[in-house]
Design a protein around this ligand. Sequence first.
Ligand SMILES: [Zn+2]
Length: 445
Amino acid sequence: MNQRNSGIGSFLSLVAALTCIATSAQAGGVDLTINRIEVTQGIQSETGNTVQLVEGRETTVRVYIDSSPNTWVGEVDASLEVDGASVRTIGSLNGPIDMNTGTTAAEWDHTINFCFIPNAPIVDLTVTLDPDNRVAETDEGNNTSVLSMGFTCETNWTVGYLAVDYAGLGLPDSSLIEPGRGDAFINASFPVSNLNYYKLGEISLSSSVDLEDNVTRSGFLISLWVYRLLYGDIPQLYAWIPGCLSYNGRSVDLLDVSFGNTEFDTSGTCSGPCNRYQRTIAHELEHNLGMSHSTGTLDWHGVDIYGIFDSEFGVKRIRPYSLAELMWGGKCTGTAWVDTWEWTNMLAHEQINCSGLPDERGRLGQAILVSGYLNDSTGNMEMDIVFEGVPLPDVGTSPTGRYLLREMAGSIVTFEARFDIDECESDIEGDDTGCARAFGLTVLV
Ligand SMILES: [Zn+2]
């Protein structure tokens, strides 16, 4: 109950605390007031709710309460009125509680907590202490506080995934990677209102594609890029590899593709017993949103608003300062969380901010991918794949482009697209004569 009074003098403190709790409700010797209201969707500054939040996402409200004189008080509860697009009154998640002045962000059980989903750009949150008058106070007239909170638009993001049957290991365990579990860390810690995480399909990858080798690994990442385009140019594609690798995952920011392992095999090659795979997908996706490695710990306490990791890892809803931010490589799922700067960067990214739109699904097979080079001076043309681990830019189509891509069925033109290539390179593989123009062209049809 009063865990902070451990150590020297704890016995006397505990007796005093118990006495106060037993008597405060009857004696009317205390006054409860609201110290502050913290609104969070994953991480929030402890000085003024400065981390921007989004509409349509589960939100936690924590109410910090003072007692005067400062003593432990039991049977303390509150109610929350949410005044956005509609008005509703919400009961607390955990009241009535025991509390005293000085509760810190680390103490989930000593703040009164609520959950709601904001449905308007500005929501007034009215907290009323002791709505059932369980505590007799010296002043019953100062139990209400109002916080007006702004929320940016609803944010959508799509991550499609492939299950990879790799090197004869079989497919990854579907229960590890399916929606609800594979995306648990992303859901809990990214500023996304609507995460669209779904299975694209299953692919096989023979052991000849050695994911421990830089060249074949790059080739695999490029093939993932092709898959991403073929699946309708979805924002992100992630591939799950069964079992272990000597690393956790890889990503290519430019291509918006990444992969990671599930670590759940019995080969004995995984380093250490800790589970990383849910954190790994979040880490790789942050790479693709433009973030680089860092070695910082959290600026503030985080809150696992869904309590997802409570039961799975014995990690409490409150995520302490000591946890590593997500861009600290190689951390376990239970020892990492999103930091303020990561949250803010993600929310500013075009894939997630207000311009982020739901994808159009089911477009596999409705695209043409062509790549190669053209050499104006020699007339050489090569239409084979010329990727050497470095992706080529998609040149895009142009109605007045000087190059014409045409698909023929006999003498019938079944498809054509014009495009231009501005860049001219002298070191294109297969053509070191004059100036060749490399291109990659994906056309959705
Ligand atoms: Zn990394």
